[in-house]
Structure formats: C-alpha cells, structure tokens
Write a protein that binds this ligand. Sequence first.
Ligand code: NAD
Length: 475
Amino acid sequence: MVLVGGAWRAPAGGQTLALENPSDGSVLARIARGGAADIDAAVTAAQAALAGDWGRLTAAERGRVLAAVGRKVLDNVELLAMLEALDVGKPLKQGRADAIALARYLEFYGGAADKVHGETLPFQNGYTALTLREPHGVTGHIVPWNYPMQIVGRSVGAALAMGNACVLKPAEEACLTVLAFARIAMEAGLPAGALNVVPGLGEEAGAALSAHPGIHHISFTGSVATGRLIQSAAAQNAVPVTLELGGKSPQVVFADADLDAALPFLVNAGLQNAGQTCSAASRILVERPVFEAVRDRMAERYRALRIGPAVADLDMGPLISKRQQQVVEHFLAIGRDSGLRIAAQGELPADLPRGGAYVRPTLFDDVPADHALAQQEIFGPVQVLIAFDGEPQALHIANGTAFGLVAGVWTRDGGRQMRMARALKCGQVFINNYGAGGGVELPFGGVRHSGHGREKGFEALYGFSTLKTVAIHHG
Ligand code: NAD
C-alpha cells in the first residue's frame, strides 16, 4: 500500500514487490511497487496539506503532534524491533535501540519546532529589517534499508518540525518499519498529507520523486552513485539537496590511549548491523608500539562473536540480501588473492538457516593504506588494521580516502586531541568515544564523497527551512 493524503491504497500500477527475510531467505511480505503516478498524487496531497490543516498549525502545535507521535512510537518499540529483525536482519536489541532513537528524534524535533526563529537586523535609519524562517514546502525523502527508523526520524522529523509536508520513498529491500511508523504517526494525530509514503524501486518511484517539479528540497541517504543521480535530477529543478552518503571512517588509536576503553568501540562500531552502517569504523589505525596488543585483543572479540538469525538476538545477524553477501565475499576474495593476512574471523554456526545471507566477520591485519580494502566502502562486517608511526602519518592515512564522514581518535594527550579534531577531514570527530550515544543532538553529515548538508541536531532545522529577509521602510 501507499499512503497518500492520509489514506492507504494500492499503487496506481497495481504491482507489488516481495520483501525477503534475510535471516532465512523466505518471502516475508509484499509491498507496493509505487511509480510516477503515485509520487505525483503524493506531491499533490502534500501541497494540499500545506494549504490545509497541517499548514495552519502553529509551530507549538506541530511540536505537540510530533511529541505525541514519539510517545506512540515508544509504545510500539517491541513491534518495531521485531519488524526490523525480520525485514533487515538486525538483532532485536539493535532494532529496539533504533525505535527508541526514532522516538527521541520526534521528541527532540517536537521540542525544537517553536524554538527556531529569525532575527532583527541592524540596518539603515528609517528601516526595520528582519528575517523569517520558513518551510521549503514539499520535501522529498529517499532513505536506505540499513537504518530506516533512525533516518526517517532525523529527516522527516526535522522537516515536519519546520512545517514542511513530506513525500517519503523507503528502500525496496526493507521498509516495514517505515510503513508501521507512518501508521503510528497517523494514529497519533499527524494531519493527513503531512507525511505521504510511496514504497517502490529506486529507478521508478525514487527517480520520479527526485525529478518531480513539485518538490522543493530533497534529502537523500544512500550510496554515492545514487546520490549523484539525485543531485543531477534536483539540479534540473534547481532545488537544494542534502546528501548523506557512504564512508570509510577511521578510528585512530595512539600508543597512549586507554585501550580498555577503546576496545569495545573499535570492534562494535565496525560490526554493528553487520557492518552495514554508513559511519562504520571500517579502518582501525594503530600506532606501532600498541599495534600487536590492539590486534590481538580485537581478534579475541572476533572469535567470541555469536552469529545467527536476527530474532535470536545475538551479536550479529545476516546481511540484508544475497546480493550484499556476494559484494562482501568479493572483497574478502580480493583480500585473500592479494595476500593480505587475516587477523581473525568470526565463526558461522553449522545450523544457520540455509537461505540466510550470512558472512564471516573478518579482521584484516596490517593492510597497506592504499589497498582496495582500505579505500572502498565494503558495507559488511570487515575491518582493516593499519599500522602507523606518529601523528603526521596517522593524519595522512586517516584523510587518505575519497570519503569524509566520521573519525574517532583515542589518545590521552589533550593537545593532540585538538590538533587531530581540527585536521581530520570529515563531518564528525569523536575523541575517546565513537558514535556518542546515537547523537540525535549532534549535527551529522559528510564532506567529499560522504555528501553535503547536515542532519540531526538543530542544524537539520536550518537545512529544512529557508530564510526570508524583510525590510520595512517606515521613515
Ligand atoms: P542506494 O543508493 O542503492 O539506495 C538508497 C535509496 O535510494 C533507496 O531507497 C533506493 O530505492 C533509492 N534509489 C536507488 N536508485 C535511485 C534512483 N535512480 N533515483 C532515486 N532513488 C534511487 O543505497 P543502499 O545500497 O540501499 O544503501 C547503502 C549506502 O547508503 C551506503 O553507501 C551507505 O554508506 C549509505 N548510507 C549513508 C548514511 C548516511 O547517513 N551518510 C546512512 C545509511 C546509509
């Protein structure tokens, strides 16, 4: 079904797509294969919402609605976690964390809705000059399958807070929690047409949305290749885009670091959601005096990993699909063929369901910084260790990919903390932590191939609004 103007209905073309359960390969559900006609109807419904009930709400009223939606999400955490486990292959504990993060985004943006405002400007005598923060109008949101709840929370939550009406295209591989969220939002009182959802294929519904002349801003989260297409499409309509793309994020461990504190972050930030995380710490740079200690302790953790179907709620589930499994295995083969040493691999239990998309999490030992495995985003449970000597070399390697999303630095040296934070080329730097509790409040986004624009925190509210200057001549 598609959600258009507050009503659920079959897509105009009458076609559906199968969703697979990646834990065992079974068909889980069928979703609408929305197309250009559905996108068109959704844009029209969003325009009507702006001219109607939704557009008439005050900022405080919008905030109250978002807060109510957030509370209803919290009432449904277990349902959402189960849907995410079946659909994405994510262990239940991670699905729960994502659902709670979704609620937190709605709470945060609900509370912020009436706190973003313009300014009065010192100007010439006889004038009063001021700025007004206004919504763009209809915003398009194209999201991937890996963290649908969190990404919808941060983009749709901020867009609604600023008074936009949204057309959302979830991913064809997994979108059950997005559909469930839309239902929850309607039940919690979100006015019809404020959020419209059209599932479907990227090249059909996604392309139609990004090229639609009725869209005034596009938020895209996904791959670099698709991001380029979205930006080109948006350029035809001269509308702004936010691109949240991929990464090859490093964690840099200096010899003076608190290794006990670092260890869990080094491994978990690489393997969470089976490594299918844009900000996955896929490169672990370690200063040579502690290289072997870090490698051996990470290897221990790899060997202890428990892997299984998502609903078993172990350390790691399957990848999203057989296709993604092939991609990751291709990279593992490149590593083996080029003679890289494997420091450790997790074990796959013999009784895993046959149709599941499982791969062995793999830690590669002392990989040359320019090797394909240290340069390309794999989007799977694969980390590379890279040894370095001293701060300048660490920085050179850390900044030495096409990406720039997130970086972590582990050191007790205060001066080095600041130097590294300033010199790393990326959108977020974490010192002696990584990920900082989900970071709902912290602006997030990339540079270079990791994209541009910022979501999360207050910064997203500026991105999802436009500024109007008013100059009044009163003599
Ligand atoms: P993808 O680009 O294939 O798909 C993402 C979304 O774009 C899906 O909804 C898809 O249907 C849609 N799409 C595909 N082709 C399209 C087209 N021609 N026009 C319009 N829409 C189209 O990405 P993916 O493989 O599903 O996701 C993985 C990528 O997403 C990784 O590179 C990852 O790093 C990135 N990602 C980034 C962030 C971030 O916040 N920076 C978060 C999660 C994922």
